[in-house]
Design a protein around this ligand. Structure first.
Ligand code: ZN
Length: 287
């Protein structure tokens, strides 16, 4: 799933490539992905793109007072094309949810919002105010903007395990499954620690890790074309998706806990005092 750094990079790519271009046509290939109907997407036609923005893991394309917002969900992505074909994508089948032509269709660049797999969760809204998107209205402070004191207060107010709280978008916006594993590893904290019971030193370590992990990932990602972003993300990870491989910090074997739809990875020596927590009862604790 694209998280804060990837969405920031996609916003950067849109700022560089789309701003100033006029929207020629919008093809809706997955009508279920479109969550708003007023204004209709045809209201974008003829408008110039004026900016791109990010709210947590939501991406927005501004065209005057209208904002086309998307949440790429688990398997969604933005694909940029220097020359988009004029023929609209066939609705219903295939990965394309929405296509935006930035100029005369057939003679202009543009992008597709795509989603791999059979579970379709990618969502698109056309609004005059991003706060009209319920998920954006419910976001906590941005993970890159929160102070140590604010973070301490947010963690104290939230029951639950650290991994769960860190990925709760209403607590902090922008951190998902991959970067939470990376942040907890960098902070040397167990994913199963009780969020509300961290010491001041642990909160400070967590705050520093959020800053360095996300800032490094943004620096690696921004400037990358969307096509190379996923590989860039994978190359920068220390524990996430690396179960069975040696921890780059201490050499211990990275362990994992599997859930129905996802898994988390951690280093026992760096994070849990050497204890291996890959256990069913623990995976239940994180639900
Ligand atoms: Zn380690």
């Amino acid at each position: 799933m694209p998280e804060l750094p990837e969405v920031e990079a996609l916003a950067g790519q849109l700022r560089a490539a789309a701003v100033g271009r006029s929207i020629g046509r919008v093809d809706v290939a997955a009508p279920a992905a479109l969550k708003t109907f007023d204004p209709p997407v045809t209201a974008l036609v003829g408008r110039a793109v004026t900016g791109a923005a990010r709210w947590g893991k939501y991406l927005g394309l501004r065209a005057g007072e209208l904002v086309l917002v998307t949440h790429l969900a688990r398997a969604g992505w933005l694909r940029w094309y220097d020359a988009l074909p004029a023929v609209p994508p066939r609705p219903g089948r295939g990965p394309i949810a929405l296509r935006v032509h930035l100029g005369e269709p057939g003679a202009a660049p543009g992008f597709d919002l795509t989603e791999a797999g059979t579970t379709k969760r990618l969502a698109v809204w056309l609004v005059d105010d991003p706060a009209r998107v319920p998920g954006i209205a419910a976001l906590g402070p941005d993970a890159l903007a929160v102070s140590t004191d604010d973070l301490a207060a947010l963690l104290r107010a939230k029951p639950g395990r650290l991994k769960t709280v860190l990925t709760d978008q209403s607590v902090l916006a922008g951190i998902g499954n991959a970067y939470s594993d990376e942040i907890l590893h960098a902070a040397r904290l167990s994913p199963f620690a009780t969020a509300a019971r961290l010491t001041a030193a642990q909160v400070a370590a967590l705050h520093a890790a959020i800053g360095t992990v996300l800032t490094d990932a943004v620096a690696r990602s921004v400037g990358q074309r969307a096509a190379t972003l996923k590989g860039e993300k994978r190359a920068g990870l220390q524990v996430h998706g690396r179960a069975g491989l040696p921890c780059p910090v201490c050499g211990d074997t990275v362990q994992q806990v599997c859930f129905a739809e996802r898994s988390l990875q951690y280093c026992p020596r760096c994070q849990t005092g050497g204890r291996v927590l890959a256990d069913r009862r623990l995976s239940r604790l994180l639900k």
